[in-house]
Design a protein around this ligand. Sequence first.
Ligand code: FAD
Length: 521
Amino acid sequence: SFLMYRLISTVGLTVEMVDPHDLELELVRLGFEGHHKHKLSIDPTDVEAASLDFGGMGQAWPLAVLHPTSADDVARLVRTIYESTHGLTVSARGHGHSINGQAQTDNGVVIEMNMRPGLTSVVVGSEENSYVDVWGGELWIDVLKSTLEYGLSPKSWTDYLYLTVGGTLSNAGISGQAFHHGPQISTVYELDVVTGKGELLTCSEEQNSELYHGVLGGLGQFGIITRARIALEPAPQRVRWVRVLYSNFSAFTNDQEYLISLHGRPTSDKFDYVEGFVIVDEGLINNWRSSFFSPRNPVKISSLSSNGGVLYCLEITKNYDEYAADTVDQEVEALLKMLSFIPASVFTTDLPYVDFLDRVHKAELKLRSKGLWDVPHPWLNLFVPKSKIAEFDQGVFKGILGNKTSGPILIYPMNKNKWDDRSSVVTVDEEVFYLVALLRSALDSGEETQTLEYLKDQNRRILDFCREAEIGVKQYLPSYSTQQEWMDHFGDKWDLFLHRKMQFDPKRILAPGLRIFHPSV
Ligand code: FAD
């Protein structure tokens, strides 16, 4: 096949050796002992799976796929490619939930990290120092299940748990807990990393600290995370989950900012999770209403839409244990009293901690059943400085978006002092900044505003608006096609980023799907 031919010509085999057996022998020569016959696979099903991602907007066919059973396998493959002179690349692939081909390569090997070599081990210490060691390809849902057996849980999350540890730590990993715990990368004690030279190194604040800080938020550019040691806390049993509505944007953001300013207070005096979303169309209102029903407060939401039809929903939770069920009502009431949402727009629900954390999976199953999950996702995630969020609201939520969104739009603030500036991740230069996540799905429904082209163009218009109005946004989960754009993205951090690349991946083998660097032969 063409694929095999390319693999053969790139790794220097001869064309006569198209017999898969011979190819296998050659791979053995390249350092794969062969007793795990399918470890390095050129099976079309494996190759195709590795060519796709959640974004569904681009495909790249790797030459082969590695299914490692240990960190050593990962190191051996990277070392082999590092030492060869074929200009091949390596992409670690977690759960493939990137949007723009970040985990793909069309000129090398994809390492499928998402499997369980049974590495998870929990160490229970005092309240402050319990942790779990997990394989880099572990899904967060499995990390949660393992730690709950000990009554413990990681502190900082993403909204969706079917993502791998290595995949989210390569970006930041954020959700409504980030305002007090920081992003997930702020809750990692130690990592095992295979660098672009094929060395397997342990790193932390104290040991190989440049690699440790570089890899966190490092977009897979400096190494492949094979183990992460993640901080744990006692897991609560239940979650009180509250949503309240606003039609006034500044009332909404003032309240969000007030709530995250409580991060240093005792647990009883703050919420555990602060997020929010924007509602610009009726469809979403109805949808939202049916999935989040509060019999205590019957209210006609559509009657609340004034102000160009845009509503804002603050979403907050309080964790608690069953024995403290009496006090949670009072604590929630006391906090709600401080806020200025629309009276009678309080929607409350109560559920087990796991069900709250795993909430997006429920939505996934629903969408899957309607064939609406495996569609293109032209998502755009932006960090917006607090000082410009009102201008962003005017220009985007009340402007460019019109009255159709094609998916949820999240908006919540975070405290910059919970982010470690030594990591590779880029945020904006203000003490408080917002995540705005436009999580849209493209459909072939016949409606122009739902097509991929329309949504991609709208994303471009949003970015143009931000540039012209000097909003000073930074992309989260960034994607660019030229090095100049990457240099602009990193700004002051570019020199450090480049230096780390030369140090840890001098042949620019790793994560070529980001298109930051080109491999050298
Ligand atoms: P992949 O897409 O497989 O890989 C992502 C990048 O990380 C690639 O560059 C890859 O090479 C690299 N990589 C993967 N594994 C490793 C490793 N072990 N070591 C080094 N590099 C590696 N993000 C948030 O922060 N908060 C959210 O709430 C959130 N919700 C999401 C919900 C959905 C439905 C989806 C699809 C995505 C969401 N994301 C969220 C984004 C998600 O965190 C990132 O796209 C993440 O990178 C996906 O993880 P993955 O395991 O699928 O990684």
